[in-house]
Design a binder for this molecule. Structure first.
Ligand code: SAM
Length: 233
């Protein structure tokens, strides 16, 4: 096991709302008020949240394209004794966002990593789906095309646990078609804009859901929940 370094700062992983600004914990607010620096995937979105809760800690950006360079700088600051909070553009940092490499390196450097749990779109969609939650598989986003996508869809076909996926609105129809083609007719739930004004949940067999969304302009953030093999037709 790696030794915990003495005298270093800590890395707090603070979950933030996936839409509704009230979905943040009291502890999350307290930590954000007290750290030396907040590293945020989307600083514009973060500023709105920080303003609402009168959080004045300095803010820096940490996103996919500056991650390799920024990661080193953040690690140095924690080794020098600063506490840093990582926040994602929404939900739980490290889940389908660039937090993972920073978390890995912090652990390797012996920096204490402290989770401040809260919302994550995949858990919110799973619990409202009505599909079994005793066993589930979360895949984040499907590969957009090609052999990798087909391989993942073939893998999904065989799973008995419920499957949870993130999807972009412009790819929803294509993904529903692909799921139907690879997995056959099954129950699916489209969870859109959860916790926001236009929250919408569409449940049913894939074919029925496809008819419902066909021809509509699909907007917003979407999580898909699919019944596992033999567990919902
Ligand atoms: N770290 C985040 C979490 O814990 O939920 C996920 C980040 S991932 C880059 C963003 C994706 O999560 C979106 O494209 C969408 O698929 C899903 N998502 C985020 N907010 C959502 C919401 N309010 N309703 C439904 N899905 C959402």
């Amino acid at each position: 096991m790696l030794e915990q370094r003495k005298g270093t700062g800590r890395l707090y992983l603070v979950a933030t709302p996936i839409g509704n600004q009230e979905d943040i914990t009291l502890r999350g607010i307290k930590v954000l008020r007290n750290v030396d620096l907040i590293a945020a995937e989307d600083t514009r979105r973060a500023k709105r949240l920080l303003a609402r809760y009168r959080i004045r800690a300095p803010l820096t950006s940490f996103f996919e394209h500056n991650e390799p360079v920024k990661k080193e700088a953040l690690i140095k600051r924690m080794i020098a004794g600063e506490d840093i909070a990582l926040i994602s553009d929404a939900g739980t940092p490290g889940i389908s966002d660039p937090g993972f490499p920073l978390i890995r390196q912090a652990i390797e450097e012996g920096i204490e990593v402290i989770p401040i749990p809260g919302p994550s779109a995949h858990v919110a969609a799973l619990i409202l789906s009505g599909l079994p939650t005793d066993s589930f598989h979360f895949f984040g986003f499907l590969p957009p095309k090609g052999a990798k996508r087909n391989k993942r869809l073939d893998e999904i076909r065989e799973l008995r646990g419920t499957i949870v996926l993130y999807e972009a609105p412009h790819r929803l129809l294509r993904t529903l078609h692909d799921l139907q083609e690879h997995c056959g007719e099954r129950q699916v739930v489209v969870a859109r804009e959860l916790t926001k004004t236009y929250e919408e949940v569409i449940r049913g067999e894939i074919g029925k859901v496809l008819m419902e969304v066909h021809g509509k302009k699909i907007r917003g953030e979407i999580t898909l929940v699919l019944a596992g093999k033999g567990r919902g037709t």
